[in-house]
Design a binder for this molecule. Structure first.
Ligand code: G6P
Length: 611
């Protein structure tokens, strides 16, 4: 959600800023802009639309500068037009600022600034910050003092970068609730970014700012401070993934690349974590904290979107195999109700990005209530990863496609590992543990098999691409898969789709079924298979067109369904990993055939860092 890049150093800033912005475009793509310190002042170029539109504008009037900041926006306040695009500038145009987040007291501050004579040119909350810096800047002070003074008056969430021709060759960055990191480059190069993708082309050494931190970047290096007034040292971390993982590598879209990465991402989430001889899991991130996870009485999972669907599968697994009561909450709901959280409850946040504002807020709520917190997170060093007491990283590598694919299946496997670990401490036999380990080990190879269905799914997509609606049905472990399949289709193809528990369908959605309604039914052979067969009969009786995802030849379904997609068989709680993938491919191909922007679907953002 909104991407920020900053550069100061010996080289031309523009190409570096634009390259960084392109790497961050998945965070938002409503508008983009840059501010350059070009020796004569601050030069701002901004455009509604994607980064290539900005790039064309810059190419038409190039400017030389070695210091600048840039932004790609996902609109929160104000429509995505040019005045609302970032950077925003002070009245004299000598301070420019980019912002990710929401300023909660912007109305109050705006009224004060208007009474001091400030004019506002945009509908954004951000403009308040740049005017406030201008207003508070005392003669002779460095830029960072004015920024810190302004931030002390601001409530809400922000990651910001600021430059000024009054104090040139310097970038001031700060964060509170929205991500921001410093890239420590070579030969006097310093960078800033919302995430490591923005800086990785130039450096792997990054410094993650904490909430309340601000930092000063110059060609001589960087210094970090806390708003309370003291200098802080946040340490330098090395980014371990490489540039290839954020490039398309021959695939037409990131989404397809990431779908095809699943054999390796699933191998990676299990690497070093399976104890074959003991039929157990090793979860270093938890065990290192010497927290006795085995004594947890109840787990509350909080998440959003696709991660919430993974949480639902986790609920089924943890109750079924580890005997722990689990509830799964939309993070955005959890924080505004008054949940009963008994002692011994563990709060488990699931998040690909580790930055989702609602998930983070739910986590903070749980923390305040005295709960231990755990994360299942993909982005290393992200806020949720650092905020939780302990956790399990997915190690799925960067996920760039806005619709989550490989992170979802990795979340499912991470949850299966947690289930195995907890189960073995709560009465699961070694025999059952062994069986689970063996089936987990087989998953990467089985995913390879599922991916061979790609052409079949492309053909299927051709038959259904013009449908207006889709229904996805599943029961038990397959119900969350139905939700996820429907979400994928909605997100990337803009076809309305609903996921429903297969048996619940007769209490409403069955009214929608006719010969124009494709119904995807998850029907692998699990303990509830026969019941699903009955549900298929109900759809068939209403002339619905049925696409069944099965895990064997499913003789009971011959002649009853229009298409059968066959995935390999595994344990019921692991089947979602395999049955999800055909649904990802179906959504992908339908979207491509409808001409949709698969990697950057309209109105969505990869990482939603606002409420
Ligand atoms: C956004 C993304 C979804 C994602 C959700 C949760 O809405 O578009 O793909 O599932 O956020 O994100 P998280 O990073 O917390 O998993």
């Amino acid at each position: 959600m909104c991407g920020i890049v900053g550069y100061v150093g010996p080289r031309e800033a523009t190409p570096i800023l634009l390259a960084g912005l392109k790497r961050l475009e998945y965070r938002g793509y409503d508008s983009a802009g840059v501010a350059l310190l070009n020796g004569n002042g601050v030069e701002v170029t901004k455009r509604p639309g994607k980064i290539r539109v900005l790039e064309e504008a810059i190419d038409a009037a190039p400017s030389s500068a070695t210091c600048g900041i840039a932004h790609t926006r996902w609109a929160t306040h104000g429509e995505p037009n040019e005045p609302n695009a970032h950077p925003h500038t002070s009245p004299d145009g000598d301070i420019a600022l980019v912002h990710n987040g929401i300023i909660e007291n912007s109305d109050v501050l705006k009224a004060q600034l208007i009474s001091e004579g400030y004019d506002f040119r945009s509908d954004t909350d951000t403009e308040v910050v740049v005017h406030l810096i201008d207003y508070l800047w005392q003669d002779g002070e460095p830029l960072e003092e004015a920024v810190a003074a302004a931030l002390r008056q601001i409530e809400g969430a922000y990651g910001i970068a600021v430059v000024s021709s009054r104090d040139p060759n310097k970038i001031v960055v700060a964060r509170h609730g929205s991500p921001l990191l410093i890239g420590v480059g070579q030969d006097g190069e310093m960078l800033a970014g919302s995430d490591a993708a923005a800086v990785i082309e130039r450096t792997r050494d990054v410094v993650y700012l904490d909430d309340g931190d601000y930092a000063v970047l110059t060609p001589d290096g960087y210094r970090t401070y806390h708003l309370e007034g003291h200098e802080v040292d946040r340490g330098v971390h090395e980014v371990t993934w490489d540039l290839d993982s954020i490039e398309k590598g021959g695939y037409e879209h990131f989404m397809l690349k990431e779908i095809f990465e699943q054999p390796s991402s699933i191998a990676d989430v299990m690497r070093g974590r399976l104890l074959e001889d003991d039929g157990d899991a090793r979860l270093g991130g938890i065990q290192a904290h010497q927290f006795d996870l085995g004594r947890v009485q109840r787990i509350v999972i909080t998440a959003c979107g696709t991660s919430w669907h993974a949480g639902l599968v986790g609920e089924y697994m943890l109750e079924d195999l580890a005997g722990i009561p689990v509830s799964v909450e939309y993070a955005s709901e959890f924080r505004y109700r008054n949940p009963v959280l008994e002692d011994g409850t563990l709060a488990l946040a699931i998040s690909q990005s580790g930055e989702t504002a609602d998930t983070l807020a739910a986590l903070k709520e749980a923390e305040q209530r005295g709960l231990k917190t755990m994360g299942i997170v993909n982005a290393v060093g992200s806020t949720i990863a650092r905020q939780t007491d302990f956790g399990v990283y997915l190690h799925a590598g960067p996920e760039i496609g806005v619709a989550s694919t490989k992170a979802f299946t990795s979340q499912l496997v991470a949850l299966a590992l947690v289930t195995l670990y907890l189960g073995r401490r709560r009465g699961m036999s070694a025999v059952q543990g062994h069986e689970i380990v063996q089936h987990l080990q087989a998953l990467p190879g089985q995913i390879e098999e599922v991916l061979k269905l790609n052409d079949e799914l492309e053909d299927l997509a051709r038959s259904y691409k013009d449908a207006q609606n889709f229904l996805y049905l599943g029961r038990g472990y397959q119900f969350p898969v139905a939700l996820e399949g429907a979400l994928k289709l909605k997100e990337v193809s803009y076809i309305h789709a609903e996921g429903y528990p297969a048996a619940e369908m007769k209490h409403g959605p069955i009214a929608l079924i006719d010969e124009d309604m494709p119904v995807v039914v998850l029907a692998p052979r699990d303990p509830i298979y026969q019941k699903v067969v009955s549900n298929i009969e109900e759809v068939k009786a209403r002339a619905g067109r049925i696409i069944a995802v099965v895990s064997d030849d499913a003789p009971e379904l011959q002649g009853k369904v229009d298409h059968m997609i066959k995935v390999p068989h595994t344990l019921p709680h692991l089947l979602p990993v395999l049955t999800t993938i055909p649904l990802q491919l179906l959504a992908y191909h339908v979207a491509v055939m409808r001409g949709a922007d698969v990697d950057q679907p309209r109105n969505l953002a990869k990482s939603v860092t606002v409420e």
